[in-house]
Design a protein around this ligand. Sequence first.
Ligand SMILES: [Zn+2]
Length: 202
Amino acid sequence: MKTIHLSALKLDVEVPDNVHYHDDGLVRGLAMHSAELANRYSEKRPDNFLRIFVEMTNLYSLYHALAKSYKLPVNGGRCLTIFPGDSIIESITRGDQVHSHIFVLDNLTPHQTIFAKGHEETHFLGNINRFEELQKVLKINQKNLIELPQEAVCDIGGLYAVIKNFPEENLDLGFTYEGHLKSASEWLRQNSHLNFKKTSLQ
Ligand SMILES: [Zn+2]
């Protein structure tokens, strides 16, 4: 086992030695960086990467353009996990080398950057079946994060990261709280003991 650090969530997590976490930092384009990774890992998993690349280039760029004009929540990051088997957990258990890359767009506001990074770090926790690490720091007793859709759990991770990194500020993510983000903020308010007094979470 080894310890990895998730910087937006400010969390240390123990992972098996065959799980490799890569914080790729800020990138100019999600599609471009995905293509670079696709190239790097192409011999290991060409089918998977072709699919991801097509998805990123066509859909995400369109969504980002629309989201900006309508102030919709923007998913400004990506957690890309490369594994040789049929599922990540199966690959980890079998001892295969599993690589997870986290990266975030470089043109977001500081709050949006931390939100996106916390969101993607939570995807990483989900990928290795460890949402309980987030559950622990949220100090939630009765309710379980598993009851929520995965994207809502990741938005909870994003909001937690923003509160953790900007504790004294009036938080404005710059987009309206809709869909998973709305359920995530409501769920956090109802179920966690975090102090939301200084935030503008709706
Ligand atoms: Zn997501």
